[in-house]
Design a protein around this ligand. Sequence first.
Ligand SMILES: CC(C)(COP(=O)(O)OP(=O)(O)OC[C@H]1O[C@@H](n2cnc3c(N)ncnc32)[C@H](O)[C@@H]1OP(=O)(O)O)[C@@H](O)C(=O)NCCC(=O)NCCS
Length: 163
Amino acid sequence: MTLNVRPASLDDADAITVIYNQGIVDRVATLESTLRTPAERCEWLAQRGLRHPVIVGDANGEVVGWASLNQFNPRDAYAHVADFSIYVERGWRGKGVGTALLARLIDLARTLGSHNIVLAALPHNEAGLALYPRAAFTRVGIYHEQGKLDGRWVDVLLMEKIL
Ligand SMILES: CC(C)(COP(=O)(O)OP(=O)(O)OC[C@H]1O[C@@H](n2cnc3c(N)ncnc32)[C@H](O)[C@@H]1OP(=O)(O)O)[C@@H](O)C(=O)NCCC(=O)NCCS
């Protein structure tokens, strides 16, 4: 497989929507429960600032994953902290796409002047919990019963990497 990791364009909105909605429906990746539309993702892509890029993994013209650097907190004191999202298409998981996307995100965060990069994950996300320590993220702790998904309390695991 040849994977080209490149900046996302508005033309990628359809694929990004499908891949994000898979992650939402799976109930393992995120506390988000509202499905997205291509129009909404186009607007989301168009509004990204320079410090919060979106990238895609492109396998011979097929978008098989996407990732983004996100604002952690709007206060100036947190300007050096980047949060991120990462989603791989179901049929492409476990093939190295997430590893490649995360490596590029970390490079981008460094280049854009971030000092640390953080994430919040669901503790039962086995793929995520395998991926992040391999990129030298360390565990900060757990918010207990922070989310409520489908009527059940969900813990949230926090991790960080100082750049
Ligand atoms: C989490 C996710 C981004 C990981 O990307 P991926 O392309 O599947 O992961 P990779 O193939 O790069 O694998 C990374 C490592 O995790 C391991 N891994 C992958 N899937 C795994 C799983 N289901 N269980 C245990 N380990 C797993 C791999 O073996 C690999 O380790 P290695 O380098 O020692 O072989 C991807 O599975 C995904 O998009 N999941 C749904 C959305 C999601 O959970 N996003 C993260 C929200 S916090």
